[in-house]
Design a binder for this molecule. Sequence first.
Ligand code: ASP
Length: 320
Amino acid sequence: MKTHNYCIAIHGGAGTLLREKMDARLRKKYENALSAALDVGYAMLEGGGSALDAVVASVSALEDCPLFNAGRGSVFNARGEHEMDAAIMEGSSRRVGAVALVRRIRNPIHLARAVMEHTDHVLLAGKGAERFARKMKIERKPKAYFFEALRYKQFLEAKRENKVRLDHDGGTFGTVGAVALDASGKLAAATSTGGMTNKRWGRIGDSPIPGAGTWADDRCAVSCTGTGEYFIRVHAAAQLSCLMRYGRQSLDAAARKVIFESLQDIGGEGGLIAVDHRGHISMPFNTEGMYRASRCRGEAAWIGIFGGENGDALPNDQRI
Ligand code: ASP
């Protein structure tokens, strides 16, 4: 059997700190967290594990890290609570599982996987999803586990200004995601988020919606981050696949078209990570930065935060 050039890419959100607010100590913290999450996923692939296991391993590590807006570090909604969304998709089978508006679940990505593997459904939301979590014995945490002082301050600010926010200078924002190609040629994508600060009325973003914030098929795997409503409106993640399939575009051309044309043209902000069946990776974004990292078979790990650094060939404001 042919061994594929397995690889993995992860993101910790497109709402990074502004460059001038990122000091060396803080930068190191983010880089260490990204590096640790990348390593657990890469180790799975290296050991012959599946793309599905690799993306779950990396996303769970990011969910457990309070620096990112997912799991433990989820932002506050308008009622001062945490409501989390997550999705996982396997490329070859097109199986997908997702949850929305779940509370107190330590790793929403585990619950999304359980939806995929143990139900006939695709997306479970709110109390029903939490009942299912209890049935599946998915780990829950007390409310205090999700409390982050800095994020609470940002929530109070957003509330005062009456804004729903994807912050760019708050310091602790970022949906998380991972995409991977395994040695047997299979692709998978996973995304997990606390959504947007001060969100109201049961708002659900793009992350748990297959085709919008998360997608995998036999051609590519995609995980998005940014102003979710816009990603839903352009069907961002699946659009990338369609550009490859029907428009015969390369992964990178398609990824950049989605971000710098479709999304940007309607005022959306954010980025995505994508990998194709040959092991190419693309990570475009139109925000100041996007926490991101990748590693391909036999190569060193790559980590980036802002645009045009560490040899990143993608200036973040360039149209195709
Ligand atoms: N896309 C996420 C949402 O709209 C937010 C993010 O990427 O930080 O829920």
